[in-house]
Design a protein around this ligand. Structure first.
Ligand code: XIL
Length: 335
C-alpha cells in the first residue's frame, strides 16, 4: 500500500482516531495505522471519565499508550478533549450544586491533563461541542446542559483555552463541533452562526483559540443528505478569514444498511474525496481525520450503540479485514 503522508503537496495532517485496546492487541490494526497517518487522536482514552475516573485518581495508562505508539512511529497527536458536556463521571455530576467545587475540579483537571502531555501533543480539542442544536436564541446558543457552563457561564471556554495555552504554548488549540458546516451569517437559527459569533467574541477577548475542527459524521442512507461540500468550503473560508485554521476532525459516512452495493460504496468514496478536496483547496485547512479507520472496530461503534436497530457500520476507509475500500483509494487519488 502507498501511504498518504509522503504524497502530500504541502504539510497536511491526514489522520484517524485510535484507541489503546486494539493498538495493544491487534497488530494489523497498529501496523495499518502506523503506515497510513501522520496525526492521530485518542478516540476515547483522554475523555474525562476515562482519564480522571475519581476525584483524586488520574488514569493515564491507556492515553499514554496511544501517545507512545504515535511517537514511536513519528506520528503527531491531537488531544481529545478537555471540556465536554459528555463523558463526565458521576462524581463530577454529584458536585453540580456546588459551583465553587466544580470550578476547582475543572481547572485542576485541565491543568493536570495538559501538564501531563505538555510538549507531547501538536494540538488539543480544548472545547468539544459547545453549541446547542436547538433554541439557539437561549444563552447565545451555548449548551446549558454542560456542568462547566452551569458553573462558569461562557467563561468556561476562556478559562480552558487560557490555561491550556499557558501550560503548553506550542499546542494548537481547537474548538471541535458537529453540525456547523453550513454557515448562514446572522441567522439566529443557524448553529454555525452561533459558533461563529462565539469565536468572534473569543478573539475579541484575545482568547488563544487557533482553529475550528468540523467533525463530519455524515449519513448517506435513504432520506439523509450529507453536508454539501460547497457549503463546507464557504464556512471554512469564513473561519480562516478570521485568521484561524480549520480541520475535518472525525469524518465517517454511514450508509444505513448492511447491504452495501458497489454503487453505494462508490458514492461514499466520491463524497469523502470531495470533502478532502474542500480541505486541500483552503490553504489554512491543516488536517483531515476520520473517526477510527477500519470498520473492524466501527461497525459496533458509537452510533450503532445509540441506534441498535440500524447498521451504522461501513463508514470508514478500511474494511473489517483491514483491506482498503473505495473510500481509501478515492482519498489517495485526491492527494
Ligand atoms: C465517540 C467515539 O468514537 C465512540 O467510540 C464512543 O463510544 C462515543 O464517542 N463527537 C466526539 C467524539 O467529539 O468524542 C465522539 O466519539 C463522537 C462524537
Amino acid at each position: 500500500l502507498r501511504t498518504v503522508a509522503n504524497l502530500l503537496p504541502r504539510h497536511l495532517y491526514i489522520g484517524a482516531a485510535l484507541t489503546a485496546h486494539p493498538l495493544l492487541t491487534d497488530s494489523l490494526y497498529a501496523r495499518t495505522a502506523a503506515a497510513q497517518y501522520n496525526i492521530i487522536t485518542p478516540e476515547n482514552d483522554m475523555k474525562f471519565q476515562f482519564i480522571h475516573p475519581q476525584r483524586h485518581l488520574y488514569a493515564f495508562a491507556e492515553a499514554d499508550a496511544v501517545v507512545d505508539f504515535a511517537h514511536r512511529n513519528k506520528i503527531d497527536v491531537q488531544g481529545h478533549t478537555l471540556a465536554w458536556h459528555e463523558a463526565i463521571p458521576a462524581w463530577v455530576h454529584e458536585l453540580e450544586n456546588n459551583p465553587e467545587e466544580i470550578k476547582k475540579v475543572y481547572t485542576e483537571h485541565i491543568s493536570t491533563v495538559v501538564s501531563h502531555y505538555k510538549g507531547k501533543l501538536a494540538a488539543w480539542d480544548v472545547v468539544n461541542e459547545p453549541i446547542r442544536d436547538k433554541n439557539l436564541d437561549r444563552q447565545k446558543g451555548l449548551r446549558e446542559s454542560s456542568p462547566w457552563f452551569k458553573a462558569l457561564g461562557e467563561q468556561y471556554i476562556d478559562i480552558a483555552f487560557n490555561l491550556a495555552h499557558r501550560i503548553d504554548p506550542a499546542a494548537k488549540l481547537y474548538i471541535n463541533e458537529y453540525g456547523v458546516e453550513n454557515l448562514v451569517l446572522n441567522d439566529p437559527n443557524n448553529k454555525c452562526n452561533a459558533l461563529y459569533q462565539l469565536v468572534k467574541r473569543l478573539l475579541q477577548r484575545r482568547v488563544p483559540v487557533h482553529g475550528i475542527a468540523f467533525q463530519m459524521h455524515e449519513d448517506m442512507g435513504e432520506g439523509h443528505r450529507p453536508v454539501d461540500p460547497e457549503a463546507l468550503a464557504y464556512t471554512m473560508k469564513k473561519f480562516t478569514d478570521l485568521g484561524l485554521e480549520v480541520r475535518v476532525s472525525e469524518m465517517d459516512v454511514y450508509l444505513h444498511t448492511d447491504k452495501v452495493t458497489p454503487s453505494l460504496q462508490q458514492k461514499q468514496a466520491t463524497y469523502f474525496k470531495e470533502i478532502l478536496a474542500v480541505c486541500m483547496n483552503n490553504p489554512n485547512c491543516t488536517g483531515f481525520s476520520t473517526r477510527g479507520f477500519t470498520d473492524r472496530y466501527s461497525s459496533l461503534g458509537w452510533r450503532a450503540a445509540e441506534t441498535a436497530a440500524v447498521d451504522y457500520g461501513n463508514g470508514l476507509p478500511f474494511d473489517t479485514d483491514m483491506r482498503p475500500k473505495p473510500v481509501y483509494h478515492a482519498l489517495l487519488q485526491q492527494l
